[in-house]
Ligand binder design. Sequence first.
Ligand code: NAG
Ligand code: NAG
Ligand code: NAG
Ligand code: NAG
Length: 344
Amino acid sequence: MKLIVFLLVFLPVTESVKHSLTYFLTASSGLQTFPEFEAVLAFDGVQVGHCDSISKRAEPRQDWVKKLNEDKPENVDWHTNRCIAIHQFSKAITEKIQQHFNQTGGVHFFQEISSCERDDKTGEVGGYQQYGYDGETFILLDLKNQRWVYTEQAVTFKPMWDQRNALLNYNIKFLNGDCIQWLNMYLEYGNSSLQRKVRPSVSLLQKSPSSPVSCHATGFYPDRATMFWRKDGEKLHEDVDHGEILPNHDGTFQMRVDLNISSIKPEDWRRYDCVFNLSGVDDIVIKLDKAVIRTNWVPPSQVPVGAVVGVVVGLMLLSVCITGLFIWWKNNNNRGRWSCFKLS
Ligand SMILES: *[C@@H]1O[C@H](CO)[C@@H](O)[C@H](O)[C@H]1NC(C)=O
Ligand SMILES: *[C@@H]1O[C@H](CO)[C@@H](O)[C@H](O)[C@H]1NC(C)=O
Ligand SMILES: *[C@@H]1O[C@H](CO)[C@@H](O)[C@H](O)[C@H]1NC(C)=O
Ligand SMILES: *[C@@H]1O[C@H](CO)[C@@H](O)[C@H](O)[C@H]1NC(C)=O
């Protein structure tokens, strides 16, 4: 955790010129409440398309993507075909993996992330791909050396997976070819929408009077924002916990930074504030003040029998997890995280 905080605080914030197109695929078994297969397409971190085993059709998620689809129906056809093909592929793979682990029944997830990116300045292209099972990364595609890489949990897959040369070659070709071609098309149509700046609403949330105070910003765009706590105008590095930037359904983002208030004296509260910073819009500053904190907390004596507390934080997670089983992916390092599994 310390390391993550360190990286967030000290990484130089540069205006990135990289664009990415990312496919998130989730196949699940043993769950009634979710489709057997779901695919989400994200451009620069914003959901632009969706397909699942019920609709069996690639559907746009932004207005500018509807325009793209009208002009280029091949975009819809290609993604619909790929959705159906990958559904079958992931079903077959899930069965293979279950056999491998001698699993009969139960709830299991198979996931794939494929992403290509292009640097606007240098024109350099790249990408990555990885497979996960039950929330763990299993197999990664090493695009540079054109080979599979296995994590510790998956070394026993090597004999079976190393034979998948056709899949390896297909994926390399896809990441360097079609994926980049779609990326360029999404960039062309999304350009003006991508230039916009949207200010979020920022609020302070707290589960109980002793919990950390969460400074929560939602509804901002683009995702290149920073948020931090200050004391007497100085940025705090201790007693803070930075959450990841997560996508909202409408193409905007949310994030939070928690401040551990356990050692802050009541008379010192007014010395603290939370700052949301997005280049191109004015900073949003909110003072640490009991009067503005939103909470669902009820003193224990007043809690009706069976009432469940923690709704505020619960809702924050739910709004993120509801689109699917996977959720967000931060490619901070090669392993990244399949967040939603760990949360639920
Ligand atoms: C699965 O079962 C077979 C035969 O019972 C056994 O040899 C194998 O080690 C088991 N595999 C795992 C991953 O438990
Ligand atoms: C996006 O729009 C800006 C200004 O509106 C323009 O300078 C830029 O070339 C456009 N980029 C692409 C990829 O169309
Ligand atoms: C807050 O800080 C105190 C000590 O300063 C520590 O005991 C406690 O575990 C921290 N709480 C959280 C949620 O990190
Ligand atoms: C917000 O960010 C801009 C540029 O990224 C920077 O110049 C400014 O100082 C930041 N504001 C604060 C309060 O850190």
